[in-house]
Design a protein around this ligand. Structure first.
Ligand code: SUG
Length: 448
């Protein structure tokens, strides 16, 4: 039976903007108030999807959300018609309107945590939507995320969906951005690696001093229980609090794994030796040979890793077994990072090639190639059960590009968010999109 890793990339929504909403995310904070280009952002994402598809990888697409989120604004006390809600929010509480207008669901690595069927007790692929409750603008994503995932992975025989964990910081959950799966083959039982920033109930775990730790140990454990993962297939590790304080707000900003390989920074974890040894032992018990590729701080500092997003890369297995690293343009612009990558591919290691993509629109909000994709390992018959409307093809790519050309603006600044016309544009675009992707009714405006 064949199995694949399928990457479901987030299609950037029509309200993509720089709201400066994510304290602890250096790029988001430093680009606050810069004018964005939603059309270019969506096209940069589509170009990456097409390039991966053309290279032979399985590629899917995950739909954006309805923004501004008028329901969220109403829950905060703004009333009247939709246009009045938006105008009042713009006048009285611009930061709330910015939060409710964010296109942040584009970073689908934060949509949910996925456990492939080979790892779970009931042999189904399990999904738990992430509550993202560290940031208000992200905490409003999960209800629609759940409906979209339900429309993509509808078969109850193959897929199990869990609602987001309780919406309190003690169960702060950021989804697949802090979750990596190691395996010999995508269809074989693997080891799921959960990285947390703090413990909510056990004060023995140190916490960062400056920036928030978004993911808790207790959230990781809850997801592992919901998915029916056995102890032999799970490893928990604490992220180094010192790197969170330097802007590593998710583990995927400092480490990436695929197959039997973990590519990580020297300072990524606490108790690194112990963590790597446990991964090695547990993967061996599953018939795999774990390999860690550690980037020393002497070669690449944490600051350079955060600035270039070296680790927010996609590590992909090619048909011949070698690996390819998809990195953002910012890696080539950093001399030390580029020198490291040039050496890496010259060595006889598992990573043989590096490909560079221009994702600047997303990068300026702290979202690199890895943030933009949700990985789902699927066996042949499971892939056949996925809604075919969301699987990338040349035709779908072209259709989505035309759709972007038709509906997206090429400039958006904070003052534009108060324009009620933007909501109408967004709804018109999404109504057409649900038909293109054959999702049915998933958005609040379609459900009333
Ligand atoms: O949650 N940025 C996102 C970036 C998420 C990146 N995802 C992963 N690392 N997997 C965040 O901080 C910024 C939005 C703004 O400021 O407008 C934002 O939400």
């Amino acid at each position: 039976m064949k199995a694949y890793e399928v990457n479901f990339d987030g299609l950037v929504g029509p309200t993509h903007n720089y709201g400066g909403l994510s304290y602890g995310n250096v790029a988001s904070q430093s680009n606050s108030q810069v004018a964005s280009n939603p059309k270019e952002a969506a096209k940069q994402g589509l170009a990456k999807m097409k390039a991966l598809m053309d290279m032979g990888f399985k590629q899917g697409v995950l739909a954006p959300q309805e923004r501004p989120d008028v329901i969220a604004l109403r829950s905060l006390g703004f009333s009247g018609t939709d246009a009045q809600v938006i105008e009042r929010a713009a006048k009285e509480a611009a930061p709330l309107l910015a939060a409710c207008s964010s296109a942040s669901s584009m970073w689908t690595a934060n949509a949910c945590t996925v456990s492939p069927s080979a790892d779970t007790a009931d042999g189904r692929v399990h999904f738990t939507a992430a509550n993202l409750n560290c940031k208000f603008h992200r905490s409003i994503e999960h209800p629609t995320t759940s409906r979209v995932l339900g429309a993509m992975f509808a078969s109850e025989q193959h897929f199990a969906h869990h609602a987001a964990l309780p919406a309190v910081s003690q169960f702060g959950d950021e989804g697949a951005a802090n979750h990596t799966r190691f395996c010999k083959g995508y269809g074989e039982a693997g080891v799921e690696f959960f990285v947390f920033g703090r413990s909510a109930f056990d004060s023995r775990f140190p916490a960062p001093q400056r920036y928030p730790a978004r993911q808790t140990l207790e959230a990781c454990q809850a997801v592992a229980r919901l998915h029916g993962l056995g102890e032999e297939g799970v490893v928990y590790a604490q992220q180094n609090p010192a790197v969170i304080d330097q802007g590593v707000f998710h583990n995927d900003v400092i480490a990436v794994g695929n197959g039997e390989v973990l590519f990580h920074h020297e300072d990524a974890f606490l108790n690194t030796e112990h963590v790597l040894a446990e991964l090695h032992t547990k993967l061996s018990q599953r018939g795999g040979h774990f390999r860690a590729l550690c980037v020393p701080r002497a070669a690449v500092s944490v600051e350079d890793a955060v600035g270039s997003y070296l680790f927010n890369s996609q590590l992909l297995s090619r048909a011949d077994g070698s690996m390819l690293l998809i990195v953002p343009e910012e890696c080539r612009n950093n001399e030390r990072v580029w020198a490291y990558l040039s050496q890496l591919t010259a060595d006889d290691g598992p990573i043989r090639e590096v490909k560079v993509f221009d994702l600047k629109q997303s990068m300026q909000n702290g979202g690199g190639p890895a943030c933009l994709r949700l990985r789902v390992a699927l066996k042949d018959h499971e892939l056949a059960a996925v809604n075919p409307g969301v699987i990338m093809t040349q035709t779908l790519h072209d259709r989505l590009n035309q759709w972007v050309d038709k509906h997206y603006r090429d400039r958006l600044s904070e003052s534009d968010l108060g324009d009620p016309q933007l909501l109408i544009e967004c709804r018109t675009a999404l109504d057409e999109l649900t038909q293109i992707l054959k999702l049915g009714s998933v958005y609040p405006f379609q459900l009333n």
